[in-house]
Ligand binder design. Structure first.
Ligand code: LIP
Length: 266
């Protein structure tokens, strides 16, 4: 049975409508008009169109809500109590290159806490959703994190530093340290799907520094409701829309965190 809640229904309707044009665009990838936003960070006309459709649909339901989006920034700034957090295409570089690993991500935040969220992969037709207290779902089935206990046997996923990152070396050395213990680490290029895959047990853990809030907002509630652990470590007050995130099953969380956080104290 699929999660049935008013907020999830609103988000679902917006995602389904937006995904129709997104799928069309993905089919015509070579013709997409591409512009650059900054080094290593591409935006497509499709990204903007998808975002517009999602915003229009969400605003039909709640015109007064605040919105944080990747492309348009902050809308209805004064409403910080009720906000939608949107990434129209998470995994933009995959999308641009015709790699079918990207998703629409929409979370709903109330008084600073994510209450529900959807991550929708329109190509594989995988709809991940969760609402606080009501569990996490993939399409019609309830999902749970893996039960893997032996850290070295874990399958982990991460995202590398952005081209413009000032802490590239730190991120690479963390990767090196972890990969000396855990041989199987993937980099799939969509944080929203990475965290959702931890939620349904495909991966055992995910970590990334300097990730944008909109990439993982919806994923965090999906993971928590699937019994996983989300840790926003070393928060930076000067970068309110960035997070350092570690998301995993509860068994391996401590070992993974110790490798990332303790290392910086050494
Ligand atoms: C991307 C992520 C990717 C991550 C990048 C980037 P975009 O989001 O989901 O996994 O490594 O830092 O933020 O730009 O495709 O929405």
């Amino acid at each position: 049975m699929r999660l049935n809640s008013p907020k999830i229904n609103i988000i679902s309707k917006a995602c389904m409508k937006a995904s129709r044009s997104l799928i069309r665009d993905f089919g015509e990838i070579e013709n997409l008009q591409v512009s650059t936003k900054g080094p290593g960070d591409f935006v497509t006309s499709s990204d903007k169109r998808t975002e517009k459709i999602i915003i229009e649909e969400l605003q039909k339901a709640h015109p007064d809500y605040g919105i944080i989006t990747e492309e348009s920034g902050i809308i209805n700034k004064s409403n910080t109590s009720n906000r939608w957090i949107i990434d129209p295409i998470d995994g933009t570089v995959n999308f641009l290159n015709g790699v079918p690993q990207f998703a629409i991500s929409v979370g709903y935040e109330e008084n600073g806490e994510i209450k529900c969220g959807v991550v929708f992969d329109p190509i594989k037709n995988e709809f991940f959703c969760a609402e606080k207290g009501n569990g996490a779902y993939l399409n019609n089935s309830r999902i749970r994190v893996s039960n893997k206990k032996i850290f070295k046997d874990a399958l982990l996923v991460t995202g590398g530093p952005k081209y413009s990152s000032k802490i590239k070396e730190k991120i690479f050395s963390e990767f090196e340290k972890i990969s000396k213990i855990v041989p199987n680490i993937r980099r799939f290029g969509s944080a929203a799907l990475d965290i959702s895959y931890v939620a349904c047990g495909r991966f055992d853990g995910y970590w990334q520094r300097e990730i944008n809030y909109w990439d993982i907002a919806a994923g965090t509630i999906i993971l928590k409701e699937a019994g996983g652990f989300v840790d926003f470590f070393e928060p930076d007050d000067k970068a309110p829309l960035k997070r350092n995130v570690l998301a995993s099953n509860t068994n391996i969380h401590k070992e993974l965190k110790d490798l990332i956080v303790k290392k910086n104290i050494e």
